[in-house]
Design a protein around this ligand. Structure first.
Ligand SMILES: NC(=O)c1ccc[n+]([C@@H]2O[C@H](COP(=O)([O-])OP(=O)(O)OC[C@H]3O[C@@H](n4cnc5c(N)ncnc54)[C@H](O)[C@@H]3O)[C@@H](O)[C@H]2O)c1
Length: 340
């Protein structure tokens, strides 16, 4: 029997990637799945060959299973706070899908429950384990870009009826906002690269003229962030754009610049044009393309080594505060200071 048992809430698209990742990890196995329809949990576990998994129809039953130490929350957004609080109070370590909360009150509730329970957390800003992200972090650490002064990270992904979560995602009370539902990956990327405290946010949002995808909230937003060290950042997010998926990273430093998989640096005497480096771009919305196994490996190491993840709940709170501030700024037509 492996050291750690995993329970998964939600049996949708992303849950399959967690089954795969935790079954692959030498220290973990999936021991529970919960769905409102117990048969669906059973079928999902069987389809992904999780042979040690029991199906549950109620969350409380799964949380009472003492062979489960880690709980993964991959349900629609409006359920994340209540499920996260319940799992933390049951003493489980948490993998939280983004967004972890849809408003500041929910965020504070979750934060309080996790602090009180002293459980470990990771929030699935899974691109932190994407090879392009990893390479850029190495360039930054090696000083190839020097000190950043300007950073742009953008999320362009048309989420329509061809996408599993679309039916619930278009609703304001379930999807949240363009940033909360998906653009938060870009906000988190901006913070991850800039590595400074965000202090002010200014934003606009809109609908396209016809709103063909029937979003109840503005599916497009432009957010500007000022950081404590003087760096300024921009995140454009569109979930109704008509184009293939693009995740854009442009970082400007006093020693060089990165544009996705291209780099120019003063440190390389004689460089006369962009150098292209081979990597994996974060250029797909398909969850099978995302590095969930690396995120899971990192989190299991954190639990076994009694360390906090760099992507823990406390860190994700800052990303979410930018998202909330962006919505507030766009609605009230004014800059918003952080922290909220
Ligand atoms: N980190 C990433 O890169 C990434 C990628 C895609 C989705 N996600 C996130 O993962 C989460 C799930 O997304 P998905 O694409 O798997 O969605 P999905 O619609 O495929 O799955 C949602 C699951 O929740 C269940 N559910 C729905 N309403 C429920 C309720 N009231 N109570 C209990 N269960 C309920 C559904 O039956 C389904 O099993 C979301 O938070 C989404 O934003 C993250």
């Amino acid at each position: 029997m492996k050291e750690l048992g995993v329970g998964i809430i939600g049996t949708g698209w992303v849950s399959g990637e967690y089954i795969r990742a935790f079954e692959l990890n030498p220290h973990t196995e999936v021991r529970g799945m919960v769905s409102r329809d117990r048969a669906r949990a059973q079928a999902k576990a069987e389809a992904f060959h999780a042979t040690h998994c029991r199906a549950y129809g109620r969350l409380e039953e799964m949380l009472a299973d003492s062979s489960i130490q880690i709980v993964v929350i991959c349900t629609p957004h409006h359920l994340h706070v209540a499920q996260g609080v319940a799992a933390a109070q049951a003493g489980k370590h948490l993998v939280l899908e983004k967004p972890i909360a849809l408003d500041i009150e929910g965020l504070r509730k979750l934060q309080a429950a996790v602090r009180a329970a002293k459980v470990k957390t990771v929030v699935s800003f899974v691109l932190r384990w994407n090879p392009l992200f990893e390479m850029i972090k190495t360039f930054l650490a090696d000083g190839l870009l020097g000190n950043l002064f300007l950073a742009e990270v953008d999320y362009f992904h048309g989420i329509g009826p061809w996408y599993g979560q679309y039916e619930w995602n278009i609703k304001k009370e379930m999807g949240g906002s363009s940033l909360l539902t998906a653009g938060c990956h870009a906000v988190d990327g901006l913070r991850w690269f800039v590595s400074s405290k965000p202090v002010e946010v200014c934003a606009f949002g809109n609908f396209s003229r016809q709103n063909p995808l029937r979003y109840e909230y503005e599916p497009n937003s432009l957010t500007m962030v000022k950081f404590e060290d003087g760096t300024i950042g921009k995140v454009a997010s569109s979930i109704e754009c008509v184009q293939p998926y693009i995740f854009n990273v442009e970082l400007f430093g006093d020693q060089g610049t990165v544009r996705n998989n291209q780099i120019f640096s003063k440190h390389w005497t004689g460089q006369k044009g962009w150098a292209t480096f081979p990597t994996v771009l974060p250029d797909s919305g398909d969850v099978t393309h995302h590095p969930f196994s690396d995120e899971v490996r990192h989190f299991v190491d954190c639990i076994l080594g009694n360390r906090e993840s760099h992507a823990n709940l406390e860190d994700a709170v800052v990303t979410h505060e930018i998202c909330f501030a962006s919505e507030l700024s766009a609605r009230e037509g004014r800059p918003v200071k952080l922290p909220l």
